[in-house]
Design a protein around this ligand. Structure first.
Ligand code: ZN
Length: 359
């Protein structure tokens, strides 16, 4: 199997690089690669982290999952790209400095024609995407969310139409569900189809793999950004191994994760029993300073207060209430809010279908 500078035979482990664009200062922008290939045949899992440069826990999970001993029990191949966005990592920022674009919105979408020439970030994403679609049977993309966020798995809806019929979409969605269930975190469905397309999430790494290439893929959000959360890291490494075991990628059961810390793993059960989807919700109609009344994990009913909005001198001028049932994923960052701003990220009740026609 050849990827970038790596060429591994069965039973081999190697690290290397995938060049994705030239640099004005000489040399190339290159993504680090770690590949473990088992002696025995099996599927290929791609594990990516650091699509956003400040999402620390995702990067270290990708580093910790892969090691040389895996080749002894692995059936198939694990390809890890711990840092998909080195330009973001260098400045500890979400976006790259190639036009300050969000790398997770520029992966190819075979069903949308663009009239403009592709920008640098788009070209980088395309080169990585071509490598992924050449070999991947499954994709797990590791991210983090807002400060103090619960960890969760995002399950994208599978779109049907030109590229697949609804039966194939259902089957693909089922495989996505199996992948998501391997993690000890709540599964949260992605935005409904129209909003998903409006936000260009079919061009995220997992969205493009899933809806563009038809490869089962999930995004895992590993708590808050910028600092490694050791408890979530430990739980997520086990989650990846469990997913691999579910695809029969281990001859003899999943390996023990490397023991890096005395912090116990942090697993989170879903706080509600009904299906939920992600929503930036609720929103304030009043500008001011936000004083939250909730914390991540709180279960809310429609009508429950989520935050007070106060003046700079501390007088309450509004109460923002949930208008749907669900639970709090995180509070929005920043004390100041303008009209229309969300004050929280919530998982709200979802009765919609997991597959949808692309129109
Ligand atoms: Zn991210």
């Amino acid at each position: 199997m050849e990827i970038g500078t790596i060429d591994v035979s069965p039973g081999e482990f190697d690290t290397g690089w995938l060049e994705v664009t030239g640099l004005p200062t000489g040399g190339a922008e290159r993504l680090p690669l770690v590949v473990a290939r088992g002696e025995l045949e099996g599927p290929t899992l791609w594990l990516t982290g650091g699509v956003h440069g400040d999402e620390a826990t995702g990067i270290v999970v990708a580093q910790d999952v892969v090691h040389e001993q895996l080749t002894e029990t692995l059936c198939g191949t694990l390809v890890c790209v711990p840092v998909v966005n080195p330009a973001g990592l260098r400045r500890n920022a979400r976006t790259s400095y190639y036009g300050d674009h969000d790398p997770n919105r520029y992966f190819p979408d075979p069903e949308s024609d663009s009239e403009r020439p592709p920008n640098t970030q788009e070209r980088i994403d395309r080169r990585l995407f071509e490598e992924i679609t050449d070999t991947a049977d499954w994709v797990i993309d590791l991210h983090t969310a807002r400060i103090d966020s619960l960890p969760f798995v995002i399950r994208d809806r599978v779109l049907y139409g030109d590229r697949r019929n609804s039966d194939d979409a259902e089957e693909l969605s089922e495989r996505v569900g199996t992948l998501a269930a391997a993690f000890p975190f709540p599964t949260i469905r992605e935005y409904p189809a129209a909003e998903y397309l409006e936000e260009n999430l079919q061009r995220s790494a997992a969205g493009a793999a899933l809806n563009g290439a038809g490869i089962p893929a999930i995004t895992v959000e590993l708590g808050g950004h910028s600092v490694v959360d050791e408890g979530i890291r430990a739980a997520a490494v086990e989650g990846v191994y469990r997913a691999m075991a579910n695809f029969d990628m281990f001859d003899d059961g999943p390996p023990s994760p490397p023991n890096r810390t005395s912090v116990g793993k942090r697993e989170i059960s879903p706080p509600v029993e009904y299906d939920v989807r992600r929503a930036l919700h609720p929103r304030t109609e009043t500008a001011g300073l936000v004083r939250h009344r909730v914390k991540p994990g709180d279960v809310l009913s429609a009508g429950d207060p989520v935050a007070d909005v106060v003046t700079p001198t501390g007088e309450r001028i509004d109460v923002v209430e949930a208008d749907q049932d669900g639970f709090v994923i995180s509070r929005n960052e920043g004390l100041a809010v303008f009209e229309g701003d969300p004050v929280a990220s919530m998982a709200v009740r979802d009765d919609g279908a997991l597959v949808a026609e692309r129109s």
